[in-house]
Write a protein that binds this ligand. Structure first.
Ligand code: TMP
Ligand code: ASP
Length: 238
């Protein structure tokens, strides 16, 4: 499958049309941004690493019965996916307090949450992705009740699958962000990516951060953290 025309360029990926109107090619870039694009940089090899890491997670989820946009990885940076009409609601799942919830609720980073927490954010770069709840979603018709019920159900299932899979690799899944969309068949699919850009991964023993917080907070060894995640996903735990 060949790229025909660039349809969209986001902060970390480019989307291209293909000869199949139901499918697009997602190209992962080395560009990195944080704080709604205020901080900009590059993480060398990130495109390749995230394309592979995200494909591993999506293959796992497909195997476990989660409908995702994944078709196949085409080369190091490019992944063929179903074309989705993205629902403008970002879904964040949290298992351990970090980042914005730690700030908002005055929790120490690393505090275990007694139950997973699901949050919604309105996907709008212009507004800086404000937090919203279900009533905002219905008032703005961002998704129907049936779609949102499906999304919530999938998000909790995905969390369970990923927590268990990652625990086995010596990784704590602190939190992560998901995006969903409607396929040309009208069904809801998991879209976007699951990678160190969109998740917080901590080493289970040392609690070392192995994700984009190393870039956001200038902690160094950013590329090494992404490589470590891929290495562990591919099987060698040390
Ligand atoms: P937060 O603690 O900053 O709200 O982030 C929660 C999770 O969501 C974290 O794993 C990073 C991810 N995330 C994104 O993927 N994109 C974003 O724009 C933001 C703010 C967070
Ligand atoms: N991805 C968002 C941005 O580029 C925020 C983040 O991941 O911190 O600004």
């Amino acid at each position: 499958m060949e790229k025909i025309e660039m349809l969209y360029e986001g902060k970390a990926k480019k989307i291209y049309s293909t000869e199949d109107t139901d499918k697009v090619i997602v190209e992962y870039k080395d560009d990195a941004t944080a704080f709604n694009g205020e901080k900009k940089g590059q993480i060398s090899e990130k495109g390749k690493l995230n394309a592979k890491i995200s494909t591993i997670f999506f293959e796992l989820l497909e195997q476990k019965g989660i409908p995702t946009h994944l078709v196949e990885q085409l080369n190091e940076t490019d992944v063929l996916t179903k074309k989705l009409d993205i629902i403008l609601v970002e879904v964040v799942m949290r298992n351990i307090a970090a980042g914005s919830i730690a700030k908002r609720l005055g929790l120490e980073e690393g505090t275990e949450l007694k139950k997973p927490v699901l949050e919604f954010y309105y996907k709008s770069d212009e507004l800086g992705d404000p937090m919203i709840n279900e009533y905002h979603i219905y008032a703005e018709e961002l998704a129907s009740k049936a779609e949102l019920d499906t999304i919530k159900d999938l998000a909790f299932k995905i969390n369970e699958i990923l927590v268990e899979f990652l625990a086995d690799k010596g990784i704590d899944l602190v939190d992560f962000k998901l995006e969903f969309g409607k396929g040309t068949d009208g069904k809801v699919y998991l879209g976007d990516e699951i990678s160190p850009d969109t998740c917080r991964f901590w080493d289970s023993k040392t609690k070392k951060k192995l994700d984009k917080d190393r870039f956001r907070r200038d902690l160094g060894e950013v590329e090494g953290a992404y490589q470590e995640i891929l290495k562990r996903l591919e099987g060698s735990n040390s």
